[in-house]
Write a protein that binds this ligand. Structure first.
Ligand code: UD1
Ligand code: MG
Length: 491
């Protein structure tokens, strides 16, 4: 069975009326021209991961607050979650302000989930448990918290003697004593929508950043007699946020481990999980083996008992069962059952290898189909070609597909033997069972069963070395072998 790591069992989740994802922040610490939430982890943007997990909760309405980099973020969000509503926050006046805007024309009541667009490791299972806990306790607000080994920079959770949450204090507004608290606000909340609406309307920006803090809502709801709870998550790594490139790499590594772990549980052999990077949409069947330093990207699929790597990149590649791809780079192509690729092969877009085909060292193939059992074993370029089955392409053959202006096609039939160092100057056809002589420059079609020879006849100029290079080591060797200065052809 085909198994991607995302094909998790159907999620049991309570009704969720609205989900709001906050993604308007500048992401200045990324120091990038790309908006923060559009950076990639495991083949998906950061916000794609978040929306993917949130969508699994089936919220009746999904709102995404966009601001910085809106021109790029908004269409991307629409593409991933076509039913979502984008809310534009022109000025970033804080998380409380972002939520005010998101609620502005929202008619719904019930429960709203709020989370940030920069926490790609959050899993829908964790969110579903959080919703269940919120509903069971009949809370007006629940805050998902975590104990961080280093809580620096996060809002700290203040609890009273009874262990109930009383407030969230931001790092910048915290006393030295509060800074010692290691339970932090993950930025994931559940609210009763009406209570939230009433409370965000009252927010004030009397804090060190002069912003409206969503976190101030907790104390306000409590003061109004609403039930608030902090729900401690048991895996802090899920709630790690991304603010700079180092955190991007940390999260990518955690995601890598998570993906690899799932594939291994599915029966895939990953020899070195620390150097194997598999994008989240890749599917791999049981008993495939992935050797170190390989990257399986995009929509790649790998069949049972296939062997990938070491040091192989597959981007949107279909690898059928039992094929092997070793030390190679393949993009947008198909590799048939039992086919062998590499080492050092480069398969470019729109290449397809039929079952049992072989592509060897220093071979580049582009936009070509290679028939069943056909071999291109050494040092060749194949471009814009259709090659039949059982054919052998001799070493250093080049499919000369480009005349400097346009590309042309080459057709090679079944059971053909192309001699080494043949130039097949397209457009040209080689018929079934035909041969070409080594070193030929083939510009005309070769009919079925014919031998195409296109090279000058060999001529030996006897004694040339002894006459023209006398005194050299070559001349000495020739003399020792019985060569003379005479230019006459011997018998
Ligand atoms: C926020 C929380 C903090 C928590 C931390 C978790 C507040 C005041 N603080 O702090 O308690 O520990 O998240 O990561 O909420 N955003 C907007 N519009 C804005 C400001 C922010 O959409 O005007 C978005 C950002 O894009 C981001 C999220 O809200 O996705 C959080 O904002 P950020 O500035 O990262 O808040 P933190 O300082 O990390
Ligand atoms: Mg943040």
């Amino acid at each position: 069975m085909n198994k991607s790591v995302d094909s998790s069992a159907k999620l049991e989740v309570a009704k969720l009326d609205v989900a709001i994802v906050l993604a308007a922040g500048e992401g200045t610490r990324m120091k990038s021209q790309t908006p923060k939430v559009l950076h990639f982890i495991a083949g998906r943007t950061i916000i794609d991961h978040v929306l993917y997990q949130v969508s699994k909760l089936n919220p009746a309405q999904l709102r995404v607050v966009v601001g910085a980099g809106r021109e790029a973020v908004e269409p991307h969000v629409k593409q991933i979650a076509p039913n979502s509503i984008s809310v534009f926050q022109a000025e970033r006046n804080g998380t409380g302000h972002a939520v005010q805007l998101a609620l502005a024309d929202l008619k719904a009541s019930g429960t709203v989930l709020i989370c940030a667009g920069d926490t790609p490791l959050l899993r829908s299972e964790t969110l579903a448990e959080f919703i269940a806990a919120h509903n069971e306790a009949k809370n007006v607000v629940s805050v998902l918290t975590a104990e961080f080994p280093d809580p620096t920079g996060y809002g700290r959770i203040l609890r009273n003697e009874a262990g109930e949450i009383v407030a969230i204090v931001e790092e910048r507004d915290a006393s030295e004593e509060i800074k010692l608290i290691d339970e932090i606000n993950t930025g994931v909340y559940l609210f009763d929508i009406d209570a939230l609406r009433a409370s965000v309307a009252k927010l004030k920006s009397n804090n060190s950043q002069g912003e409206l803090y969503l976190t101030d809502v907790i104390a306000d709801i409590k003061a109004a007699g609403g039930k608030a709870a902090a729900v401690l998550s048991n895996d802090y790594s899920e709630t790690l946020g991304i603010n700079d490139r180092s955190q991007l790499a940390d999260c990518a590594a955690i995601m890598r481990d998570r993906i690899n772990y799932q594939h291994m549980l599915n029966g895939v052999e990953i020899v070195d999980p620390t150097t194997t990077w598999i994008d989240s949409n890749v599917t791999i069947e049981a008993d495939a083996t992935i050797f170190p330093e390989s990257w399986l990207a995009g929509t790649t699929t790998v069949g049972a008992k296939a062997i990938i790597g070491p040091r192989t990149t597959l981007m949107n590649v279909k690898v059928a069962a039992g094929a092997s791809v070793i030390e190679s780079n393949c993009v947008d192509c198909e590799i048939g059952a039992g086919a062998k690729v590499g080492p050092y092969s480069y398969l470019r877009a729109d290449t397809s290898l039929a079952a049992g085909a072989k592509v060897g060292a220093y071979v580049e193939i582009k936009n070509s189909s290679i028939g069943e059992g056909t071999k291109v074993p050494h040092l060749s370029y194949v471009g814009d070609a259709e090659i039949g089955s059982g054919t052998n392409i001799g070493a250093a053959t080049v499919f000369v597909n480009y005349d400097g202006v346009e590309k042309h096609k080459t057709k090679v039939g079944n059971e053909v033997r192309i001699g080494s160092d043949t130039m097949l100057v397209a457009p040209v056809c080689i018929g079934d069972g035909a041969y070409t002589a080594a070193g030929s420059v083939i510009t005309d079609d070769v009919p079925a069963g014919a031998m195409g020879v296109a090279r000058s006849k060999q001529r030996n100029i006897l004694g040339w070395v002894l006459r023209k290079r006398s005194g050299t080591k070559s001349a000495q060797a020739a003399k020792a072998a019985g060569a003379t200065e005479t230019s006459e052809q011997g018998s």
